[in-house]
Design a binder for this molecule. Structure first.
Ligand SMILES: [Cu+2]
Length: 273
């Protein structure tokens, strides 16, 4: 629950990861909801007790009249009513403004000079039933997206055949993969390691096997891999969706995968065929 507090010191405020933003939204809504709930339930219980039927005649009790707002009454009833309306309005409007501001940030991603320098864009292509990743330097990988730690990774997600949905739950990343168009999203991974990717749109018989992983590497390690892989690329970079050729992996990109990736890729290809 307090994950976002721990993350806050690692990256500047305007650089917060989507996962941190969503954790904060969740925490704030949970806290406000709990507080309001406790107040409302306590108030209800208190009045249940105070106005219990103890056998005496309730003197001075003004029952609410159907269809009439108690505006004409002076004192307690009407002011309490409008106080509760007012408080509710303030809480709801504040939450709307607050969430809208945060969600705008999630839509656009970090901005500013630093963010412009330290970001990379990868094209993600969903193909029955694999995920393919195309980097700016022409490198193409299948099943594993390699990214550097602590950098803004922008994804342009599309599909080569049917509708898919690219999702990495731990990073709070999710984007539709629709043929002929691009969905844009981004993430920052603050810790190295691997994160699961799944397809979240039923896309055919191999849907459940349409998985991949995001491998977050230390920056130097990533740069080394990126350069090495880039040097092996002989074909023209940035293939158009028509170039993907269905299940067939392209020559240049295939060689760029680390050795352990090949076995997994071939296994997946077997499934897809
Ligand atoms: Cu799919």
């Amino acid at each position: 629950m307090f994950e976002y507090l721990a993350l806050a010191h690692q990256v500047p405020e305007e650089w917060r990861a989507q996962s941190a933003v969503f954790s904060e939204l969740f925490f704030v809504f949970l806290a406000v909801g709990t507080l309001v709930g406790v107040v409302v339930v306590s108030y209800t219980l208190l009045h249940l007790y105070r106005n219990r039927d103890d056998g005496t005649d309730p003197k001075g009790f003004e029952a609410p009249q159907l269809g009439e707002l108690p505006t004409g009454q002076s004192g307690g009833k009407s002011s309490k009513l409008f106080l509760s309306f007012g408080l509710s309005a303030i809480i709801v409007i504040s939450l709307v403004v607050y969430s809208y501001g945060l969600l705008l940030y999630v839509e656009q991603g970090p901005s500013g000079d630093v963010a412009d320098e330290q970001n990379m864009e990868v094209e993600v292509v969903g193909i029955q039933f694999i995920w393919q990743f195309n980097y700016d330097n022409g490198v193409q990988t299948t099943d594993t997206l390699y990214v550097p730690q602590g950098e803004v990774v922008r994804l342009a997600v599309t599909s080569d055949d049917v509708w898919h949905n690219f999702g990495a739950p731990e990073l709070r990343v999710k984007a539709d993969a629709i043929p002929g168009e691009y969905s844009h999203t981004w993430f920052i991974a603050n810790e190295t390691g691997t994160y699961d990717v799944k397809c979240y749109e039923l896309c055919g018989s191999g849907h459940s096997q349409m998985t991949a992983e995001i491998n977050v590497m230390e920056e130097e390690e990533f740069d080394e891999w990126y350069e090495k892989a880039g040097a092996n690329v002989t074909e023209t970079p940035t293939p158009t969706p028509d170039d993907h050729g269905g299940d067939e992996d392209e020559g240049g990109g295939h060689g760029s995968q680390p050795a352990h990736g090949d076995a997994a890729t071939n296994a997946r290809m077997g499934v897809a065929a």
